[in-house]
Design a protein around this ligand. Sequence first.
Ligand code: FE
Length: 174
Amino acid sequence: MRLKIFLASLAVVILWGVFARARSAPITAGPIKLYSVDQKRYIMSEKIVKSDEEWKKELTPEQYHVMREQGTERAFTGEYWNNHEKGVYRCAACGNDLFKSDTKFESGTGWPSFYKPVAKENVGTESDDSYFMKRTEVHCAKCGAHLGHIFPDGPEPTGLRYCINSASLKFNKK
Ligand code: FE
């Protein structure tokens, strides 16, 4: 009997974890002001809205899982957690400038970690209560792609840790 109750509770917990997964608010078409690292100024751009089918065709299965289904790559497996080259990390889905190498730091987590984005306009955030954690989800402001999460245990000057999946990034060496 106790086992039955335990198993039923476990099922509820697992289902809740799955269904409570926050998805980014669907991005709506329209103009957006973004910072361009190459041009060193703000530029007007258009948000990118595509169907799941279209994204599936353009992205690798891993990129699709991370960027469109809020997935997380396994720690220490991504392309960039140990990358120390100078350059810009752009959105792997749309090319939007996201992070500069000089804001990347050693977090020891196995995911590329930054203390701030290129500009606050270039990313969006959403509260994410999945898996019984209060977390802040971060996504690309131009195409809505899920990037990772923000935690309040980063270094100065912001005290924030942007914990980002390599799968969501495309690095361009300076
Ligand atoms: Fe993007």
